[in-house]
Design a protein around this ligand. Structure first.
Ligand code: MG
Length: 384
C-alpha cells in the first residue's frame, strides 16, 4: 500500500479578516475551521500521517483544533506560504512517505471522495489537483472596457488537497526556494518539468477568505432549517419533607413536593416545552405515571430523553427559558447551580439557559404555599 502523508498549511495570519484570530481558528458551527479538515483527513483510510504547519503564536489555538485526533505534532512555518510548505515537507523526510497531499487549512469542507480521487490518480501521475470548470463567461477588460472574451473551455479553478510524489515535490520545492515566489504547489512541480493532472473537485470545498465565505460554508453545513418553540407547564403540591428538587438541584425547604417521580416541577415543565417544540407529545405519554419503572425516578432522565429526541432529528436546543412560581423556597441563591445542572443535562451552554422566579403576591395556590408551579419555553432548531 502506498504510504500517504498530508501536509495541512495553516501558518497564515489571515489579515484580510481584520480580527485577532486567524481565519483557520474561527468557529464554524461549533468547531474551529481547521478542525473540520483535520478530522476528515485523519479518519481517511488511505492516509497514514497528517501534519500541520502552523505559526508559532498559534500553538494554543492549534492544540484545541487538533485535540484528540492523534495526528503528528505540528511544525512551524516560514514567512511565505512557499517557505511553510518546504519546511513541512522537510519535516516528513524521516517518515519516508511515497506520496504527499498538500491541503489548505482554510478549506474545511474537503470530502473523502476528493481525497481518494487525488490519491488514486497519483498511481499514474506525478502531480494531481482537484479542479472545477469555470461556469461564467470570462472577459478581459482594461479601464472598465472589455477588450477580449477569454475561452473558458481550457480554464479550471484549482483547489486542494494537491497530491504529489513525495521525493519529486520536495526536490522541486528545494530548487524553487532560491527563485521568485510561487503561490501554488502544482506550479512548483510544473516548473521542475513534471506534468500535473486534474481530477474533479467539489463546489463545497471552497476556500474561506472572507466572513461571507464563512457564512456560506456554515449555512451549507446546517441547511436553512427552521426554528420551533414549545411551552410547558407543571404543578406539584407540597407534602411533608425537608427539601424540594428544582432543576435537578436539591433546595432545602420546610416541605417536600409530592409526585410519582422526584417531583422536580421545573424539569417536568422544561421536558414538556422541548417535547412541544418537536411535536412529540407530553411527558406523561413518554413516561406514564402508571408505569412503576418511573416511581421515585430522578427527573433528569425525562429531560435527557427529550434532548435525545431533538438530537435524533438532527436538531439542537438553542435556548430555554424557565420560570418558577412560588413564595418559598427562595430560588435566587440556587440559580447559578440550577443553570449549571441544566447545562450538564442538556449539553448546552449556560448562556442558552434562563432560570427565573416569581411569586403570585400571595394569591392563589402558590400564594397560599400549597405547591410550586413552573412554566418553560424551549427554542429548538431543526434541519429543513
Ligand atoms: Mg410533574
Amino acid at each position: 500500500m502506498v504510504k500517504c502523508a498530508v501536509l495541512v498549511v495553516a501558518a497564515g495570519r489571515g489579515r484580510r479578516f481584520g480580527g485577532e484570530v486567524p481565519k483557520q481558528y474561527l468557529d464554524l458551527n461549533g468547531r474551529m475551521v481547521l478542525r473540520h479538515s483535520l478530522a476528515t483527513l485523519a479518519s481517511h483510510p488511505r492516509i497514514h500521517w497528517v501534519r500541520t504547519v502552523i505559526h508559532p503564536d498559534d500553538r494554543d489555538l492549534y492544540d484545541t483544533a487538533a485535540q484528540g485526533l492523534g495526528i503528528l505534532d505540528p511544525v512551524h512555518g516560514g514567512a511565505l506560504r512557499q517557505d511553510s510548505v518546504r519546511l513541512g515537507l522537510e519535516s516528513l523526510r524521516d517518515l519516508g512517505p511515497d506520496v504527499v497531499l498538500i491541503h489548505d487549512g482554510a478549506r474545511p469542507m474537503i470530502d473523502a471522495g476528493t481525497i481518494s480521487r487525488v490519491i488514486t490518480a497519483l498511481d499514474t501521475h506525478s502531480g494531481v489537483i482537484p479542479a472545477l470548470p469555470v461556469a461564467d463567461t470570462l472577459k478581459r477588460a482594461r479601464d472598465g472596457i472589455v477588450s477580449d472574451t477569454v475561452n473558458r473551455a481550457e480554464l479550471w479553478r484549482a483547489q486542494t488537497p494537491q497530491g504529489f510524489i513525495y521525493d519529486q515535490i520536495l526536490s522541486a520545492h528545494l530548487t524553487a526556494a532560491s527563485g521568485p515566489e510561487l503561490t501554488d504547489d502544482a506550479m512548483v512541480l510544473e516548473q521542475a518539468g513534471h506534468k500535473v493532472a486534474l481530477v474533479s473537485g467539489t463546489e463545497e470545498n471552497l476556500k474561506i477568505t472572507t466572513f461571507d465565505d464563512l457564512a456560506r460554508v456554515a449555512s451549507g453545513l446546517t441547511g436553512p432549517g427552521e426554528f420551533r418553540t414549545g411551552n410547558g407547564f407543571d404543578v406539584h403540591a407540597f407534602e411533608d419533607g425537608d427539601g424540594v428538587w428544582l432543576c435537578g438541584v436539591h433546595v432545602p425547604h420546610s416541605h417536600g413536593l409530592k409526585g410519582h417521580s422526584d417531583a422536580d416541577v421545573a424539569l417536568h415543565a422544561l421536558t414538556d416545552a422541548i417535547l412541544g417544540a418537536i411535536s412529540a407529545g407530553d411527558i406523561g405519554h413518554h413516561f406514564p405515571p402508571s408505569d412503576n419503572r418511573w416511581k421515585g425516578m430522578a427527573s433528569h432522565v425525562f429531560l435527557s430523553h427529550a434532548v435525545n429526541l431533538v438530537r435524533g432529528l438532527g436538531g439542537r436546543i438553542t435556548h430555554v427559558d424557565l420560570t418558577l412560581i412560588c413564595e418559598r423556597p427562595k430560588v435566587g441563591p440556587f440559580r447559578p447551580a440550577m443553570q449549571d445542572r441544566l447545562s450538564e443535562i442538556m449539553g448546552i451552554n449556560t448562556g442558552r439557559i434562563s432560570v427565573k422566579a416569581t411569586t403570585t403576591e400571595g394569591l392563589g395556590f402558590t400564594g397560599r404555599q400549597e405547591g410550586i408551579a413552573a412554566q418553560a419555553t424551549a427554542t429548538v432548531w431543526l434541519p429543513g
